[in-house]
Design a protein around this ligand. Structure first.
Ligand code: MG
Length: 418
């Protein structure tokens, strides 16, 4: 018996949530035709035209609108665009409910991002005689309940499911199924870009190794890949090119963002220097620590999320500390180590810092001989000054660097101009 792995990806998730929640569009919309949606974008600041497009319906994309485009530019291309402000709480709530729906349908489920989830089921089996039918059922259920369209990739492992999912974009029913005996042939004929997760390594494979297709990569000897990309990545690339991915399903690995204290900001351009990203991380961390202190709690798990250029790809990784803290000075090095470990050097367009696994502040043990007590007193004074005189009344000097986002961001609420 084999297992089939599926990846389901909601189409234009934020924009779809908005369209689905507006009764004006209910009658005209059809699951099988995404051009029955209005040209709508979710964007920061409709009034000032300075926001960035966070999501766009396919109809808006037909007009030339793209994710991460400035709103002003989008409105020049499409003056009649419907613009709505992001409602993150709504999207997270819909996301959680969709995950529950997937869980009910499949024995194994792993949330992968706000709008993507893996699932897996044994096949062939009496419950799942036909993988495509199972995917169609899921797709229909998500449409029936949430009026959101999705695409499904089905394959013998998670990585292949992710690749198959991207191919589903080009297929009318939005479902691609690669049975074990066909997966490799299907994979090898795809262009190099279809190899999900490579990032800038794809450029090296193209320009240094002359690869055009995944099949070309598969033809490279493993030792050559390891010599160029290092032992870890060399092995991974070799495996992927041969359609192999041993990663297991991890049902509880996704950390629901709303359970933590977190701050996120979208940057005005792609940041490429570590020092620039580090400044933004520190600013966000300061805000998170301030809020955590105000709430009288401390956190043990610190998380860093980066979203890459065009708001595509990125990571969300966490580290659990020995003790709960609200001290930015203790947490900052941990965030930098997450940055150094997981950032692949892609341009960074959004940064998120989170703190969770919270404990009440009173119960926390202080080291007798470190200066944590003094720093704590200082932090409290800074919090009070900021409370009275505003967030920018006391700033770290790094926030004055061009990379700093604090001065700009404090004029906004929830990341958007008030
Ligand atoms: Mg999506």
């Amino acid at each position: 018996m084999n297992w089939v792995y599926g990846l389901v990806d909601m189409q234009s998730f934020y924009a779809s949530c908005e369209v689905a929640s507006d009764p004006r569009f209910a009658l005209q919309r059809r699951e099988d035709d995404d051009h029955t949606d209005p040209p709508l974008v979710v964007s920061g600041d409709p009034a000032r035209r300075t926001g960035v497009i966070l999501a766009a319906t396919p109809t808006a994309k037909l007009l030339g609108v793209e994710n991460a485009m400035r709103l002003g530019e989008a409105l020049r291309l499409a003056p009649h665009l419907l613009v709505v402000r992001p409602r993150m709480r709504l999207y997270l709530e819909v996301s959680v409910r969709i995950q529950h729906l997937i869980q009910r349908q499949f024995p194994l489920q792993e949330q992968f991002s706000v709008d993507e989830a893996f699932f897996a089921f044994p096949w062939p089996s009496r419950l799942f005689p036909d993988p495509v039918a199972a995917a169609r059922q899921l797709k229909q259920a998500i449409w029936d309940v949430f009026r959101i369209r999705c695409r499904v990739g089905l394959a013998p492992n998670k990585w292949l499911a992710k690749v198959a999912n991207k191919q589903a974009k080009r297929v009318p029913g939005g479902i691609v199924w690669w049975p074990p005996e066909q997966a490799l042939a299907a994979l090898h004929q795809l262009p190099l870009e279809a190899m999900w997760g490579l990032r800038r390594r794809a450029e090296i494979l193209r320009y240094e190794f002359g690869c055009d297709t995944v099949g070309d990569v598969a033809a490279l000897p493993a030792h050559q890949l390891r010599a160029r990309f290092g032992p870890a990545w060399g092995t991974v690339i070799h495996r992927w090119a041969h359609g192999e991915d041993p990663s297991p399903m991890e049902p509880d690995s996704f950390q629901a963002p709303h359970k933590s204290y977190s701050h996120r900001t979208t940057l005005p351009r792609d940041y490429r220097e570590r020092a620039e990203v580090a400044v933004v991380i520190l600013e966000l961390l300061d805000e998170v620590c301030t809020r955590v202190r105000r709430a009288g709690v401390r956190g043990r798990r610190v998380s860093l999320g980066l979203t890459y250029e065009r708001l595509q790809g990125g990571f969300w990784r966490s580290k659990t500390l020995a003790h709960a803290t609200d001290d930015a000075q203790q947490l900052y090095p941990e965030l930098l180590s997450l940055l150094d470990r997981w950032w692949d050097g892609s341009g960074v367009r959004a940064v998120c810092v989170g703190l969770d696994v919270l404990l009440p502040a009173e119960g926390v043990q202080l080291g007798l001989f470190d200066d944590a007590v003094r720093r704590q007193r200082l932090a409290r004074v800074v919090d009070e000054v900021r409370e009275v005189y505003g967030e920018t009344s006391l700033m770290r000097a790094v926030s004055l660097l061009p990379a700093g986002q604090l001065r700009d961001r404090t004029q906004k609420i929830g990341g958007h101009y008030a």
